[in-house]
Design a protein around this ligand. Structure first.
Ligand SMILES: Cc1ncc(C[n+]2csc(CCOP(=O)(O)OP(=O)(O)O)c2C)c(N)n1
Ligand code: SF4
Length: 278
């Protein structure tokens, strides 16, 4: 079978498990799941060659809804898990799924260093600017005037900008997508997966339960007015005027991915074990 035949033979449904999602009706994450499966099918990836790794949160449930290899890990630690997997199994396509709480709060430090290391994997953060799973606490991307019973009068804190952080920390592919546009999102995801190096895709994915205002995102998102660039300085300047709703690939660089060489172990494991014997 040629690679084209393989691609034509793959359908998004081939990558779905028979587990029924428990997301709230209308949650943006349904469409993100659809975009994942469309991207895998478009690339013609064998499902046993894909590993979907996540932390904890509504968004992090995604691995169970695909029939690829998956790991629903520990809150904020998906990137550490995924990095370990990718360097030991470079043949796998590793896709990491996270939320803005999981990825930017407790997992924030891992985010910086994953961008810096530039291991060849794709990091998808479903950003709904709230902790959905734990019922509506603010996250690092929540607006300062998010006024709820939990945050009376708002947090007063400036949100951080994930794309700025990713670019400044060395991610070699940076993009933003919107869950409500699953075809475009699938194209961006396929591009990110193809990219050799750490690719970061922020997907605006509304939490209709704790942020019903985000239903308005549909009318706020727009295609980025300028094409992607391979110039990090230019990408950084563009981010200075970003309104948070530009959709598309912002930056695609060419930095060499990090992949340590593995040969014969330089230590004798039996000798090492002896040192720790009680
Ligand atoms: C170590 C640890 N701290 C806190 C929690 C509780 N917790 C579970 S999910 C979550 C936040 C989820 O928010 P986000 O990552 O934005 O995902 P969403 O549910 O919005 O998709 C928190 C704080 C946990 N499971 N483990
Ligand atoms: S709480 Fe929010 S993020 Fe979680 S499933 Fe419901 S709508 Fe989606």
């Amino acid at each position: 079978m040629s690679s084209l035949d393989v691609r034509l033979a793959c359908k998004p449904g081939d990558y779905k498990s028979d587990v029924t999602p428990v997301w709230c009706p209308g949650c943006g994450d349904y469409h993100v799941l659809l975009s994942f499966t469309r991207a895998f099918a478009a690339l013609g990836l064998p499902r046993e060659q894909i590993a979907v790794i996540s932390g904890i949160g509504c968004s992090s449930r995604i691995p169970a809804y695909t029939n690829c290899y998956g790991f629903h890990g520990v809150h904020g630690r998906s990137l550490a898990l995924a990095a370990g997997l990718k360097v030991t199994r470079p043949d796998l396509t590793v896709v990491v799924a996270s939320g803005d709480g999981d990825g930017y709060s407790i997992g924030g430090n891992h985010f910086l260093h994953a961008c810096r290391r530039n291991i060849d994997m794709t990091y998808v953060v479903m950003d709904n600017r709230v902790y959905g799973m734990t019922k509506g606490q603010p996250s690092p991307t929540t607006e300062p005037d998010f006024d709820t019973a939990l945050t009376p009068g708002g947090t007063g804190l400036s949100p951080f900008h994930p794309l700025v952080i990713a670019l400044a920390s060395g991610a070699s592919f940076v993009a933003r997508a919107f869950s409500g546009a699953p075809n475009e999102t699938a194209e961006i995801l396929a591009d990110a997966i193809r990219h050799p190096g750490f690719s970061f895709v922020e997907i605006l994915s509304p939490c209709v339960t704790f942020r019903p205002d985000e239903k308005e995102w549909k009318s706020m998102v727009h295609k980025a007015p300028v094409p992607e660039t391979d110039d990090a300085a230019r990408a950084a300047r563009r981010l200075m005027t970003d309104d948070g709703f530009n959709i598309g690939v912002l930056y695609r660089g060419a930095r060499k991915p990090f992949q340590p060489a593995f040969g014969a172990p330089s230590i004798d494991i039996a000798e090492l074990e002896k040192e720790f014997e009680l």
